[in-house]
Design a protein around this ligand. Structure first.
Ligand code: 3UK
Length: 545
C-alpha cells in the first residue's frame, strides 16, 4: 500500500472492510493515476501552469476570479488552516456556504492542505449540522457569516468542533492577508487518501457519509466529463445544484476546471434566477434538475438563451415530454444521467449523438452496469430489476452498517429499478422502494407522473401507492395544477381518462389529490415517502370513518 499523507488516520480507519467495498475498475487509459496526487494540484495548479492563469475561472454576480486569483486565495486559506487553526493532514473541515467563490476557494484549500472536505447544505439546521460534526469528528469549520446564526446554535451541540472562522465579516479575511500566505506547498497526498465526505440527503434514516479519494475527483472528470459531456476551455458552466451536493460540485467546479473553462456560481438559483443568469452571462453548459428545465420552459417567451449548447439533467428521472419540449424550444438534446452521492457523479448517460430520448442512456465509459434479480442473477433484456454498477468510484460509507445494503458482491446497488433494452439502453422505472403494487400489477410511479406532466393542466405531480384493503395499494396522484385550472371531480375524471389513453389503463390514478406544493429535499428531489405517509394517513381516516 502507498503511504498515506494523513497524520490523522480517522478516515482510513473508518473505511468499510475490504470485503464490503465495491470492486473498483480502472480499465480506461485515462484512469491510470499515479500513486500520489492531490486533486487541488491537478484541477487548479495544473490549469494555472497550463496557460489558464489569466482566464476567468469563477464568475459570480459580484466578482470574477481568474485561475491565478483563485489559486492565491486557496493558498491563503490553506495557510490559515495549517498555521492559524492547526490543521494536520486527514483532519475534516466543515464548509458552510451558498455557491460562491469563497466556498470554492475554501474547498480547494482543504484539499491542498491534505484535509477532508465536509460541505453541508446551506439550509441545514443546528441539529443536522451537529450530526455531521459528530459523525465525521470535525474540529474545524469555515462558514459564510450570513449563516452565522444557525452555526452558532450548532456549536453547543458539537463538542468536537474546536475552531471556527467566518468569512464575510472580516475574521477569515484578516488571517488570510498575512505576509507570505500567497504561496502554499500542497500536501503530497496519496491518490487513495480520503479528501471528501459527502453526506447523502437522508430521505430515510440518518444521512450517510460517503467517502471519496483524491483520485475520485479526477475520475469523474475523466469518465463522464471527458467522454459524455465533452466540454472545452471556451465553455461557461452554470447551474443550480448546491456545491455540497456532489452533482453540483462535479458539474459546476470539477468539470469546468478540468478543462480550463469558466463557471458561473449563483447563490440563489430558482428557475427565474437561472434563466436570467444564463442570458446575462451567455452560459454554454447548464446543470440542473428535470423540474427546473420544465419550469424554465414556461418562461422562455422573449428570453434569449441561445448561448446554451449543452444541458445536463440529473437527480430525478427526466420525463420524455420535458426532453421533447426542451428540444423543440431550444434545439438542445438534454443529457439525462443518473448519478449518486455514493458513486460521486453520473455513471449512466449518453452523449447527444447516441442518446435515446426517454432512456437514461448507456453506462458512461469506465463504468459497467447490469440488471439483477433478488438473488443477484443477471436478468434478460427488457426485464425490470435492480440496477448494479461498478467503475473507478464507488460506495464507501463512513462507519455505517448500511454499507452491506449498497454493496453486493462487489457491485454498487443504487436502490433503483431499471430495465436494459436489447440495444443496451437503461430505462429508469422507479426507486425500488417506490414501486407500487396494485392488484398484482407492478406500477412505476414516475411513469404515471410523466404522463400526467404531459397534460397542460398539470404543473407538478407525485404518484405513490396508497393502502387499499382490496388491491393492496392503489395508484394515488398528488397534483399541483397550473394557474387557471380547478381541482374538482371533473378535473380528476379528465386526468384519469388522459392517463388511461396514454398507458395501460390499470396504471391510472384511482385517487387524485390537489395540493399547492410537493415535499422536496434540499437537493430538489420529490420526497415520495412523505406523499406515501400522507396517502396512508388519509386512507386510514377514511377506513376509520
Ligand atoms: C436518483 C435518478 C432517475 C436515483 C446525483 C448526479 O442524485 C444524485 O445523488 P443522490 O445521492 O441520489 C441518487 C439517486 O437519485 N437519480 C439520480 N439521477 C437520476 N433517477 N434518473 C436520473 N437521471 O434514485 C439515484 O439512485 O442525491 C446525481 C450526480 C451526482 C449525484 N450525487
Amino acid at each position: 500500500m502507498i503511504a498515506s499523507a494523513h497524520i490523522d488516520t480517522f478516515a482510513r480507519d473508518n473505511l468499510p472492510p475490504r470485503e464490503l467495498q465495491p470492486e473498483f475498475v480502472f480499465e480506461l487509459p485515462e484512469l491510470q493515476y499515479p500513486a500520489r496526487l492531490n486533486a487541488c494540484v491537478e484541477l487548479l495548479d495544473r490549469a494555472v501552469e497550463n496557460g489558464f492563469r489569466n482566464k476567468p475561472c469563477i464568475v459570480t454576480p459580484t466578482e470574477t476570479l481568474s485561475y491565478a486569483e483563485l489559486q492565491e486565495r486557496v493558498n491563503r486559506i490553506a495557510n490559515v488552516l495549517v498555521n492559524d487553526l492547526g490543521l494536520v493532514p486527514g483532519n475534516r473541515v466543515l464548509l458552510r456556504s451558498a455557491n460562491n467563490a469563497m466556498m470554492v476557494a475554501s474547498y480547494f484549500a482543504v484539499l491542498k492542505a491534505g484535509g477532508i472536505v465536509v460541505a453541508t447544505m446551506p439550509l441545514l439546521r443546528a441539529k443536522e449540522i451537529s450530526y455531521a460534526i459528530q459523525k465525521a469528528k470535525i474540529k474545524f469549520a469555515l462558514c459564510d457569516a450570513r449563516l452565522e446564526d444557525e452555526m452558532e446554535k450548532a456549536k453547543p451541540l458539537s463538542p468536537d468542533l474546536k475552531k471556527l472562522a467566518y468569512w464575510g465579516k472580516g475574521g477569515l479575511e484578516t488571517l488570510m492577508a498575512q505576509e507570505g500566505y500567497e504561496n502554499f506547498a500542497a500536501c503530497n497526498t496519496a491518490a487513495d487518501d480520503v479528501c471528501l465526505i459527502a453526506f447523502t440527503s437522508g430521505t430515510t434514516g440518518q444521512p450517510k457519509g460517503t467517502m471519496h479519494f483524491h483520485r475520485d475527483l479526477l475520475a469523474v472528470c475523466d469518465t463522464y466529463g471527458k467522454n459524455v459531456l465533452r466540454a472545452n476551455a471556451n465553455d461557461r458552466f452554470i447551474g443550480s445544484p448546491p456545491l455540497a451536493f456532489t452533482f453540483g460540485v462535479g458539474g459546476l467546479v470539477f468539470f469546468p476546471m478540468r478543462v480550463g473553462a469558466s463557471t458561473v456560481l449563483l447563490e440563489k438559483s430558482t428557475p427565474d434566477d437561472l434563466l436570467s443568469a444564463i442570458e446575462r452571462h451567455r452560459a454554454t453548459v447548464c446543470f440542473t434538475a428535470p423540474t427546473a428545465y420544465r419550469a424554465i420552459l414556461g418562461k422562455l417567451e422573449g428570453r434569449d438563451i441561445s448561448s446554451l449548447r449543452k444541458c445536463v439533467s440529473a437527480g430525478e428521472a427526466l420525463p420524455k415530454a420535458t426532453w421533447e419540449a426542451w428540444q423543440q424550444a431550444t434545439g438542445i438534446k438534454i443529457l439525462d444521467g443518473i448519478g449518486s452521492t455514493e458513486m460521486l457523479h453520473i455513471f449512466i448517460g449518453s452523449p447527444e449523438e447516441s442518446l435515446c430520448a426517454g432512456a437514461t442512456g448507456k453506462p458512461v465509459p469506465g463504468y459497467q452496469a447490469k440488471i439483477i434479480d433478488e438473488n443477484g442473477n443477471a436478468l434478460p433484456p427488457n426485464t425490470p430489476g435492480r440496477l448494479a454498477v461498478r467503475g473507478p468510484t464507488g460506495c464507501r460509507y463512513l462507519a455505517d452498517e448500511r454499507q452491506k445494503k449498497y454493496v453486493e458482491d462487489g457491485w454498487n446497488i443504487t436502490g433503483d429499478t431499471y430495465l436494459c433494452d436489447k440495444d443496451g439502453y437503461f430505462w429508469y422505472q422507479a426507486r425500488s422502494d417506490d414501486m407500487i403494487i396494485s392488484a398484482g400489477y407492478n406500477i412505476a410511479g414516475p411513469e404515471v407522473e410523466s404522463v400526467l406532466l404531459s397534460h397542460p393542466a398539470v404543473a407538478e405531480c407525485g404518484v405513490v401507492g396508497a393502502p387499499c384493503p382490496e388491491r393492496g395499494q392503489i395508484v394515488k396522484a398528488f397534483v399541483v395544477l397550473r394557474g387557471g385550472f380547478t381541482g374538482d371531480a371533473a378535473m380528476t375524471k379528465i386526468l384519469q381518462e388522459f392517463v388511461k389513453a396514454e398507458v395501460a389503463p390499470y396504471k391510472y390514478p384511482r385517487a387524485v389529490e390537489y395540493v399547492t406544493s410537493l415535499p422536496k429535499t434540499d437537493t430538489g428531489k420529490l420526497q415520495r415517502f412523505r406523499l406515501r405517509e400522507a396517502a396512508s394517513a388519509s386512507a386510514n381516516t377514511k377506513l376509520a370513518s
